[in-house]
Ligand binder design. Structure first.
Ligand code: ADP
Length: 356
């Protein structure tokens, strides 16, 4: 399988203040280039670790499509950033033995972008569109007949002399990815034959991902260190791989041993102020404000945002989801409330003792 074009535009992904978080699940600027030739990306269902339900469902559809010699049904993958949506699309193309074109909604703003993409396709090719919820109306309307009837409806000419021209296109598979399934228009949603969600990974799966990645970059890591790193990776392979690279850098500069053990791991993460649950300084300021200044809540989102000098959308979409996922935060009708577990964690993990 070849990736024909890699024009994914991730410029919108890092958080609004331009500050990049080591434990943020979106791509960091330095990773955007890397992601195009990501050596850690699994290339088959077998290499894709975790998400067993998803692999089972997609494995059946891929096999059936191969048996019939047809293109795979259009597929929608949704879930938070960094969980493997792009990776899964590329794995599927590999398993189907077809080419994959990788692009994203912001790169398909003009009708000619979509036409250019669809018109040069070979039969059964796979097109991956990241952030598909951001496609504008014109682009969506061009896609509908293409997805349903393998047809492009083009308007040729202008004014009174304009006419509609229809062009047949080969069968293809559109894989759409989104972090915001609710933002997708319903006609668009209806055109996907398969819709699947990617979940956060458990510690065991993340540990296996870390061991596989360490192996690929020729890094020796102890069982305990990979276990501890998995616990700090916020259920997200992208974060696990990123932290692993930082630990490798640290070990190369500061450690005489080539082996990554818990000490090297803790020293690195102390430096970046990532604690034993994967929380960073932003998370701790958020928890600290709630615990110290508001007795644990409830507090309104806007109040928290103003006190932290943060944008409320960033808090809502970037900071809070992981805190809720690990049971540290509740969103109630009266505002945000921290749980006793969060309070305990916050008090036990001041920045000077974050690994105790
Ligand atoms: P998304 O498209 O959901 O934002 P990606 O597919 O770009 O996420 O995955 C982020 C990184 O995590 C990639 O570098 C990939 O190598 C790694 N990765 C994702 N899922 C897995 C997995 N199941 N097993 C191993 N590595 C994975």
């Amino acid at each position: 399988m070849a990736i024909l074009s890699s024009i994914t535009d991730h410029s919108s992904l890092p958080d609004n203040r331009g500050e990049e978080r080591l434990v943020g699940s979106s791509l960091l600027k330095e990773e955007i280039k890397l992601s195009k030739q990501d050596s850690l990306r699994p290339k088959s269902f077998e290499e894709f670790l975790g998400q067993s339900e998803l692999k089972k469902v997609l494995g059946i559809s891929v096999k059936a499509a191969l048996n019939r010699g047809e293109a795979l049904d259009h597929l929608m993958l949704y879930g938070p950033p960094g969980l493997g949506k792009t990776t899964m699309a590329l794995v599927i193309a590999e398993e189907l033995g077809v080419k994959a074109r990788v692009t994203s909604a912001p790169a398909l703003e003009r009708p000619r972008d979509i036409v250019g993409l669809l018109i040069n396709m070979q039969p059964r090719e796979l097109i991956f569109v990241d952030e598909i919820h951001r496609l504008n109306r014109i682009s969506q309307e061009l896609l509908y007949p293409a997805m349903e009837d393998r047809r492009l409806d083009l308007t040729v000419g202008k004014g009174a002399s304009s006419r509609m021209r229809q062009i047949d296109i080969p069968p293809f598979t559109l894989v759409g990815a989104t972090t915001k399934p609710a933002a997708l228009s319903s006609p668009m949603r209806d055109r996907f034959g398969i819709t699947q969600r990617l979940d956060f990974y458990n510690h065991v799966d993340l540990e296996n991902i870390i061991k596989r990645s360490a192996n690929l970059i020729n890094l020796s890591i102890t069982e305990e260190a990979s276990h501890q790193l998995a616990k700090r990776s916020r259920g997200t392979p992208r974060i696990a791989n990123r932290l692993l690279r930082r630990v490798r850098d640290f070990a190369e500069v500061y450690s005489s041993s080539k082996l990554i053990d818990v000490k090297v791991l803790n020293d690195t993460l102390d430096l970046y102020r990532v604690d034993n649950r994967g929380l960073d300084a932003t998370d701790r300021s958020y928890l600290g404000l709630l615990v110290n200044d508001y007795g644990g809540g409830p507090v309104g989102l806007e109040t928290l945002a103003a006190a932290l000098g943060e944008d409320s959308t960033t808090l809502e979409n970037v900071v809070e989801p992981y805190l809720m996922q690990i049971g540290f935060l509740q969103r109630t009708a009266r505002g945000r409330v921290v749980t006793p577990a969060a309070e305990k964690h916050y008090l036990l993990t001041s920045p000077t003792k974050i690994h105790k």
